[in-house]
Design a protein around this ligand. Structure first.
Ligand code: HEM
Length: 471
């Protein structure tokens, strides 16, 4: 039985003793189950996931209410075992509690770290990595490729070089460790829902594995930091994100002085956020293009009409109107479906319901972005729906919040979008694409799995046909 409370909690499905609603939502696609439950119990729902009281928000109106800047008590993140281990007790940005340190780091992101100008300064290394990708695809033309493997290698290299500089010798080992970290962060196993049973993580061996991965990453980051501190006279044009953070630290005029540990935690944020989400968006975009040959044809025609030289420029990308529609529609269906949870610090009232302090708040972005009152044919991929629409993803239109909204909105929007656009355009410019073994477009497997990111369950397998071979 739930404790008898005089509070007017939001409605929700009946809760089992001990596990609450955990079994109901444990699934490869929990956001789908939560959307179905919300259609039954309402757009604000109360669940108990193991020991965690949780409120789930499923409509744009309520997402707006909860993420509105005035509700500052709901800008915290919950404390999790993995955020404590991997991010040096949550001293990064994404898991850090709302407070003066977080406010200052977000200011540094906006003024220095993740500006459009900074992203442009990495154009040269992005072009180099795209050129490498092009060459390896040329050598594989006509054969079936694992799209995810080739594309993630390119994106990972760009993000690692932009964050840590060009000179780290064992990038492969680093990326393997970062992938292990990403898996750990996405591993919401049963123990995560029972904070009082954390010792079971020790018994299952997971905690030991996470600590080992973290230790190995820490040693690598210490080496890189040392090397960067000793480097003098580096050109400001190509300052790595780590160098920016070191410079800001050494300038010494911060309200909350930062340490090397803060720098390492924020660098890990950039690496994990920069590697994970753009790659999932790119794979979904390509999958939808393969499933919709008419959309592929239209986009490819635009790309080939606009691009003039061997490499694609930012100015050319900016003039690709249909590209923007395709990317928006991909973000609508495939951006992170559940925002990283927020926590209410104090008791508050939303839509007439009481939300007690220390309740986890999950915003089902996917439900908002497929809300039938806001979207026609919400589950279909139709880029044209954004034609003549003023909807944008900057956090003011709550039926479309692929980067989140409010104080915790993604600070990496220019970086992430630039990457997604350049990679997709390069694939389409240099190659035509076929499905293998006579597979028909509508037979493409679009089954989803959700861990740290939402991905196709089976990595996309496709065949590049080189333009060179065609001519
Ligand atoms: C297409 C690419 C990307 C998408 C769709 C995306 C999406 C998101 C979303 C949904 C959030 C949570 C926002 C919220 O809770 O309201 C977030 C947070 C964050 N993102 Fe991104 N992101 C992308 C790329 C990037 C990149 C490239 C970086 C940095 C290199 C980045 C850095 C961050 C950070 C640091 C946070 C935590 C913000 C905070 O808690 O204050 N993201 N992102």
């Amino acid at each position: 039985m739930e404790p008898n409370t005089s509070k007017n909690l939001p409605p929700g499905p009946p809760k089992l003793p001990i596990i609450g609603n955990l079994l109901q939502v444990k699934s490869l696609t929990p956001y789908r189950i939560l959307r179905d439950l919300a259609r039954q119990y309402g757009p604000i729902m109360h669940l108990r996931l193991g020991q965690l009281p949780t409120v789930v928000i499923s409509t744009p109106r309520l997402a707006q209410e909860i993420m509105n800047a005035s509700v500052s008590s709901i800008a915290d993140r919950p404390v999790t075992t993995t955020s404590q281990i991997f991010y040096y007790k949550a001293q990064d940005i994404g898991f850090s509690l709302y407070g003066p340190y977080w406010v200052q780091m977000r200011k540094i992101c906006a003024s220095e770290l993740l500006t459009a100008e900074r992203v442009r300064s990495y154009g040269y290394l992005q072009a180099e990595e795209l050129e490498n990708m092009h060459k390896s695809l040329e050598s594989l033309a006509g054969t079936v490729i694992d799209f995810r493997q080739i594309m993630t290698q390119t994106v990972n290299n760009v993000i690692c070089r932009a964050t840590l500089g060009d000179n780290y010798k064992d990038q492969k080992e680093l990326i393997e460790l970062l992938n292990e970290m990403m898996n750990g962060l996405g591993d919401m196993d049963v123990v995560s829902y029972f904070p009082s049973l954390q010792f079971l993580n020790g018994i299952s061996g997971k905690k030991g594995k996470w600590l080992k991965t973290h230790k190995q990453l820490d040693i690598i980051l210490d080496d890189i930091l040392e090397e960067h501190k000793n480097r003098k006279g580096q050109s400001r044009d190509h300052e790595a994100l780590l160098d920016v953070l070191l410079r800001v630290k050494e300038a010494g005029d911060l309200d909350v002085p930062i340490t090397n540990v803060n720098i390492k935690a924020v660098a890990l944020d950039m690496l994990i956020a920069g590697m994970g989400t753009p790659t999932s968006v790119i794979e979904w975009a390509m999958s939808e293009l393969m499933r919709n040959p008419e959309i592929m044809k239209k986009l490819q025609a635009e790309v080939r009409a606009v691009v003039k030289g061997k490499t694609v420029t930012d100015t050319e990308i900016q003039s690709m109107h249909y590209l923007k529609l395709v990317i928006k529609e991909t973000l609508r269906l495939y951006s992170p479906p559940l925002l990283a949870p927020r926590v209410s610090k104090k008791d508050c009232n939303i839509d007439g319901y009481d939300i007690p302090a220390n309740t986890n708040i999950l915003i089902n972005v996917w439900a908002c972005q497929t809300d039938p009152d806001s979207w026609e044919n919400p589950d279909s991929f139709i880029p044209e729906r954004f034609e003549n629409s003023t909807l944008n993803y900057m956090g003011s239109d709550f039926q479309f919040i692929p980067f989140g909204a409010g104080r915790r909105i993604c600070p990496g929007i220019p970086f992430g979008l630039n990457m997604v656009e350049h990679v997709v355009v390069n694939f389409l410019y240099h190659f035509d694409w076929k499905l293998p073994n006579g597979l028909k477009p509508q037979e493409l497997d679009m089954t989803e799995v959700y861990g740290a990111n939402k991905l196709p369950k089976n990595p996309l397998q496709i065949v590049p046909i080189s333009k060179l071979l065609e001519n």
